[in-house]
Design a protein around this ligand. Structure first.
Ligand code: NAI
Ligand code: MG
Length: 535
């Protein structure tokens, strides 16, 4: 069945199947035992029903093969089978893309075009993304495994919104007139920095495309984007739409390929003026070093996390259970800001664990194309094995396994929603970024203690706080060393809200007004004033 899927799919036009056409795994709870009706489900997965149209790099406004002619496969994480083969970029392809971006910046119309014109192209692109939501969301689900409903109803609209937001900024970026001491007229010009190199991960392929490309283009830069090797498809589609919207050639170049080859070539390129990276802390260190050793290009980094989610004894417990569940399990647990240390006050701890367990056991895991499915497969075998290793480590270290703890089925990267209680800080599962559907519950007594424990990590990306006491909320919000603190909510994202990490979770902020500065140079222009009386 699965092998027939690819050929039928290539000849089918987009006809999104009805929800009932999909089979998935529904979590059943009987006498406290999890039951997964996995049986023949993998055999009966339904084709996504779209054609993969774009598999080559986009360089200088054209789809091109790799210099080497090489390709690599991208897989469907539901089946572990090949969706299609994609051009595999290496150093020479990065050289070509950077040369195109350099020429487009130095000689092309984009940086010199009126900001209003630039914003109109970005708005047109946003309209096209909206129009093609189904295809983009379908490709995203197919390549990544995330629920289609999440991609189509939440992520795609946010991407459209983000391009509207940054298109709106294009003609509102300007310098200052500076009151210098002396007979000089002094002004600052806010200029684009040049060629931006951008390396993105696989967990939110299109959203990361948007966070990176939106502010870079609004400020008049040109871009070379390297997608993650696991999820190359949607950025190529979006790149095609951007050119349809009127983007001049060379402004947005997209190269597919692996990190140590294509990614490293981009990070170390002498003609790249700025680097933006999202991914693991380890790789963040590598690209920072490559940037420093080449041309000292400034680098912004969005890295890993081990974010605390703190639930006080005065919290609305049912809402806290639901949001803590969402904070961890959203996107198969593959979020840099996942609320992956759930701290619960001792007075409500037992009740919380019971309710969190019941919620996790109700989580619907299955074919991400099926309506109502909350959790699809992990991205690839590497991540799948990594998560299972952490689950084994949790079991061995003496944490209590409340539910889950195993894979689902024998094909595809599906993992049971898993909860460990009685987790202690010195356990590996409380320290490392697991990046999977594994919730770790810890107990605390008072606010000062939990602030110290929550901050006792090299990470500092985000935090959640649940309380009905405004003073506790304020104390926690100020005491927690994290780039975002969500109070009585979690994972609330908007184009306007800056995002980024303290400590080893990153350098700099993306989104909102803050991201613009990542892509701007400030030039001071000084002119003598003939008549000092005019000062
Ligand atoms: P990674 O950090 O290695 O990959 C992210 C991006 O960096 C990809 O485009 C990759 O091709 C590129 N890359 C890898 N090595 C590179 C190099 N030497 N030079 C330049 N670019 C390079 O992350 P990976 O291996 O996919 O996942 C490992 C772990 O990282 C995950 O288990 C998770 O803990 C974390 N992670 C965090 C993300 C976040 O949103 N902050 C996203 C993805 C992964
Ligand atoms: Mg890696």
């Amino acid at each position: 069945m699965a092998s027939r899927r690819l050929s039928t799919l290539l000849s089918r036009s987009l006809s999104f199947p009805s929800a009932s056409a999909f089979l998935g795994w529904k979590y059943g709870v009987e006498r406290g035992i999890q039951r997964f009706s996995t049986a023949a489900a993998v055999e009966e997965l339904v084709s996504p029903g779209v054609e993969v149209k774009y598999t080559q790099h986009i360089i200088n406004g054209k789809f091109v093969d790799s210099a080497s002619g090489k390709t690599f496969p991208t897989l469907d994480p539901r089946t572990e089978e090949v969706i299609t083969h994609v051009a595999e970029g290496e150093a020479e392809d990065i050289n070509r893309a950077v040369a195109a971006a350099r020429k487009a910046f130095d000689e092309g119309p984009w940086p010199k075009m009126s900001a209003y014109e630039r914003s109109r192209i970005m708005l047109k692109f946003a309209d096209l993304v909206e129009k093609h939501t189904d295809e983009l969301a379908t490709l995203e689900t197919w390549d990544n495994g995330k629920p289609y409903e999440q991609a189509a109803k939440s992520e795609l609209p946010m991407i459209v919104r983000l391009f509207h937001y940054y298109a709106g900024w294009a003609d509102k970026i300007h310098g200052l007139t500076v009151p210098a001491d002396g007979p000089h007229h002094v002004q600052t010009l806010h200029e684009p920095i040049g060629v931006a190199g951008q390396i993105i991960p696989w967990n939110f392929p299109l959203a990361m495309f948007a966070w990176k490309v939106g502010p870079a283009l609004a400020t008049g830069n040109t871009v070379v984007l390297k997608t993650a090797e696991q999820t190359p498809l949607t950025a190529l589609y979006a790149g095609k739409l951007f050119h349809e919207a009127g983007l001049p050639p060379g402004v947005l170049n997209i190269v597919s390929g692996y990190g140590p080859t294509a990614g490293a070539a981009l990070a170390s390129h002498m003609e790249v003026d700025k680097l933006a990276f999202t991914g693991s802390t380890d790789t963040g260190k590598i690209v920072l070093e490559l940037a420093a050793k080449s041309n000292l290009k400034p680098v912004t980094l969005e890295l890993g996390g081990k974010s605390p989610f703190i639930i006080c004894d005065d919290a609305n417990i049912d809402r806290a259970v639901e949001d803590a569940h969402f904070a961890l399990f959203f996107n198969q647990g593959q979020c840099c800001c996942a609320g992956s240390r759930t701290y619960v006050h001792e007075r409500i701890y037992d009740e919380f664990v019971e309710k969190a367990k019941a919620r996790a056991m109700r989580r619907v895991v299955g074919d991400p194309f099926k309506k109502g499915v909350e959790q699809g497969p992990q991205i690839d075998s590497e991540q799948f094995e990594k998560v299972l290793r952490y689950i084994r480590s949790g079991k061995e270290s003496g944490a209590t396994l409340e539910c889950g703890g195993d894979r689902i089925g024998s094909k595809g990267y599906f993992i049971q929603p898993t909860i460990f209680s009685d987790v202690k800080e010195d356990m590996l599962i409380a320290q490392d970024e697991i990046f999977g559907p594994v919730q770790c519950v810890l107990k605390f007594k008072d606010i000062d203690e939990v602030i110290k424990r929550a901050n006792n990590t090299h990470y500092g990306l985000a935090a959640g706080v649940y309380t009905s006491d405004i003073d506790k909320a304020n104390t926690l919000a100020r005491g927690l060393r994290a780039g975002t603190v969500w109070i009585n909510c979690y994972d609330v994202f908007d184009a306007t809200i800056p995002f980024g990490g303290y400590k080893m979770s990153g350098i700099g902020r993306e989104k909102g007004v803050y991201s613009l500065n990542n892509y701007l140079q400030v030039k001071a222009v000084v002119t003598p004033l003939k008549n000092p009386a005019w000062i």
